[in-house]
Design a protein around this ligand. Structure first.
Ligand SMILES: NC(=O)c1ccc[n+]([C@@H]2O[C@H](COP(=O)([O-])OP(=O)(O)OC[C@H]3O[C@@H](n4cnc5c(N)ncnc54)[C@H](O)[C@@H]3O)[C@@H](O)[C@H]2O)c1
Length: 279
């Protein structure tokens, strides 16, 4: 997609971090925005900031874990703007700890937001885009965690591997149909956002998660990483360029990339995995 003027972008997880920066960058390209997030006050704040700058914005409180919420998001998008050209399946959450000690609710929550959120985005919006038959793009926020595996963050890595696999399959399937819809997988490194406080949006019925030494350690690493991470705007601009240039893999270019490359070498040579922290 090269021409963004007056096109419609739907962004999930738009109230904070990378999603909020995507909203800024696509608004500056002339797009009209549908902002979706589960946190109503943060969403209202993001929408009023963008409206004050003169942008056309529709906020829709959405829990991406729920198919009916994402369907409502699509319905409101079409009734307000009549079309959709870019969908950013970006909402995501993190929780750490060993795989065997993590409560089943951690799996429910991370797979619910990170994987089912993307599944609902694909199942809801791709048929609309196919029907429209105009140039469109799906941007799924995966992570460099989709190309690497670190201990005590296994559930998160598994969800992001799933997002990358879904994105790659979607890319092939749309090409097989000769569709005008392109796909990119945004794979950020550590970015300064509020993902270290993802539990602020953890549903009450899913409890509070683990409080073990490893869970605290990985949360501490993430919190420190947040302070030294890339600016969300850097990722949003990388996403914009990737969409303009029709590139699928939008990868980090730091220690995470070295870790991912080393893992590819191990897989190619069938060598047992060696832990290579990217930091
Ligand atoms: N920050 C990083 O270092 C980093 C690195 C790689 C990938 N990512 C990915 O980037 C994406 C954005 O995360 P971020 O870092 O900007 O974090 P963030 O916490 O700043 O923003 C995430 C947004 O998603 C929203 N959200 C959470 N659960 C939701 C739900 N059920 N439905 C709808 N919205 C929901 C939150 O309210 C929040 O506004 C995520 O997919 C994350 O996994 C982040």
């Amino acid at each position: 997609m090269k021409d963004f003027q007056d096109k419609i972008a739907v962004i999930t997880g738009a109230a904070s971090g990378i999603g909020r920066a995507l909203a800024d960058v696509f608004a500056e390209e002339g797009m009209r925005l549908v902002l979706a997030d589960v946190e109503p006050t943060a969403l209202a704040k993001a929408a009023s900031e963008l409206t004050a700058e003169g942008y056309d914005v529709l906020p829709v409180v959405t829990d991406v874990r729920r198919a009916e919420d994402v369907q409502r998001l699509a319905d409101q998008t079409i009734s307000e703007f009549g079309a959709v050209h870019l969908v950013c399946n970006n909402a995501g959450v993190f929780a750490g700890g060993t795989l065997w000690e993590s409560p089943i609710e951690d799996y429910d929550w991370l797979f619910g937001v990170n994987v089912w959120g993307v599944v609902h985005g694909i199942r809801t919006f791709v048929p609309i885009m196919l029907e429209q038959d105009t140039e469109c793009h799906i941007l799924n926020t995966a992570s460099m965690a989709a190309l690497t595996v670190m201990p005590f963050a296994g559930i998160y890595h598994a969800t992001k591997h799933a997002v990358l696999a879904l994105s790659e399959a979607l890319h092939h399937e749309l090409a097989a149909r000769d569709a005008k819809i392109k796909v990119s997988a945004l794979c950020p490194e550590l970015v300064s956002t509020h993902i270290d406080d993802a539990a602020r949006n953890r549903p009450e019925e899913l409890g509070r998660g683990l409080d073990t030494a490893e869970a605290r350690m990985v949360n501490q690493i993430i919190s420190t990483g947040m302070k030294n991470g890339a600016a969300p705007r850097v990722l949003a601009e990388r996403a914009l360029r990737g969409i303009q240039e029709d590139r699928f893999y939008l990868l980090a270019d730091d220690g995470w990339r070295d870790s991912a490359n080393a893992r590819c070498d191990e897989i190619r040579d069938a060598i047992n995995p060696v832990l290579r922290p990217p930091l």
